[in-house]
Design a protein around this ligand. Structure first.
Ligand code: FAD
Length: 313
């Protein structure tokens, strides 16, 4: 189903999960087990599972394989799709495959240039057909009409390429005018700042990206990479436990629980998007802490529907 229809049919807050495609067959098997456990009672079912896309299409086959397996579980999929350094034909193939699998949701992204080792095997030598995410949104709408519910990325704090917040907000509006239906945000840790940003934003549903802190080194790397400001209070609490991985992980889950409770309590957004980093424990703890009911969710049947069987076999 289309994500915006699923959102409209909900009366309780929802969550989505983001996973990236593992490199090996064994990794895929493990991840699918993890997704199954996270989608199963007593935890509330995710509204959808999103699958990331490697820069320049470097994970195209693996992303589509993971997406297919998640569809087979009876869960709705959002396929991330980047467009920079991607041949138009590769975008067409990915969208065609989504349609074959019955996937109705795409997160349309510009992406970043592939890292050099990936570039050698995956990058297309022809000039970019798509320059920015709005080009991709427009293209999907032109080629596929209303088949896809299209999401785009939003930045509560400016994107690393942006001069200022007004720039980002302007281009976010351009993406929505081009046909985007909803927004998933970049990670953030300043909840007050996020809630202020949401108020100045657009009418499309906004789903905040929540990244539970897993360990201190990866957290520091990520906030540097995304230029995401971190409130002093969080840094002050993290510094003394920074070398104790278990304590940091636990802190990360408690912090994310507080953030989600405050964000959902504001009633400004309908649900949250968990960037899982393919890890199970933190999101499980957060969902248990939040005590979200399994009754209100749209749990799919555990066996694939006949339609899914037809599509996949
Ligand atoms: P754009 O919307 O094109 O914006 C990029 C920059 O250009 C911004 O500074 C913007 O203000 C500016 N801009 C936008 N449109 C225009 C225009 N028409 N003309 C001039 N300037 C413009 N990356 C991956 O590789 N794979 C993933 O699966 C992935 N998933 C993501 C999921 C989420 C929720 C988010 C927030 C990000 C994700 N990313 C992913 C990262 C993303 O690809 C990068 O943040 C990338 O640098 C920007 O992508 P975008 O779609 O926001 O680009």
């Amino acid at each position: 189903s289309q994500l915006t229809s699923l959102i409209a049919s909900r009366t309780a807050p929802f969550h989505t999960f983001e996973f990236f495609p593992p490199r090996t067959e064994a990794g895929l098997v493990n991840l699918l087990d993890r997704i199954r456990r996270l989608a199963d009672a007593p935890l509330p079912a995710p509204l959808a599972v999103s699958v990331t896309w490697g820069a320049g299409g470097s994970t195209a086959d693996r992303s589509l394989e993971l997406a297919e397996q998640v569809v087979k579980m009876g869960l709705d999929v959002v396929l991330h799709l980047t467009c920079t350094n991607m041949a138009k034909e590769k975008v067409d193939q990915a969208l065609g495959r989504c349609r074959d699998l019955g996937i109705r949701n795409v997160l349309a992204l510009r992406g970043d240039p592939p890292r050099s080792e990936e570039y050698a095997v995956s990058a297309d030598p022809t000039p970019d057909f798509f320059k920015h995410a709005d080009d991709l949104v427009r293209y999907i709408r032109a080629e596929h009409g209303d088949w896809f519910c299209i999401g785009v990325a939003g930045y509560p704090t400016p994107h690393a390429d942006s001069e200022n917040e007004e720039d980002d907000l302007h281009w976010l509006k351009v993406k929505c005018d081009a046909g985007a239906d909803y927004i998933i945000t970049q990670l953030f840790y300043d909840v007050e700042g996020f809630l202020e940003w949401v108020k100045t934003c657009i009418s499309q549903p906004i789903i905040p990206g929540i990244m539970p802190i897993q360990n201190f080194a990866s957290f520091r790397r990520l906030v540097n990479l995304t230029k995401c400001p971190v409130p002093d209070s969080i840094m002050d609490e993290l510094q003394p436990i920074s070398s104790d991985d278990a304590a940091v992980k636990n802190y990360g889950a408690q912090l994310a629980t507080k953030m989600v409770a405050q964000i959902i309590g504001s009633k400004l957004v309908p649900g949250v998007h968990f960037c899982t980093l393919n890890l199970e424990k933190s999101v499980r703890t957060i969902l248990e802490n939040l005590g979200w009911s399994t009754k209100a969710d749209n749990r799919p049947s555990t066996s694939p529907s006949p339609r899914h069987n037809q599509l996949i076999e």
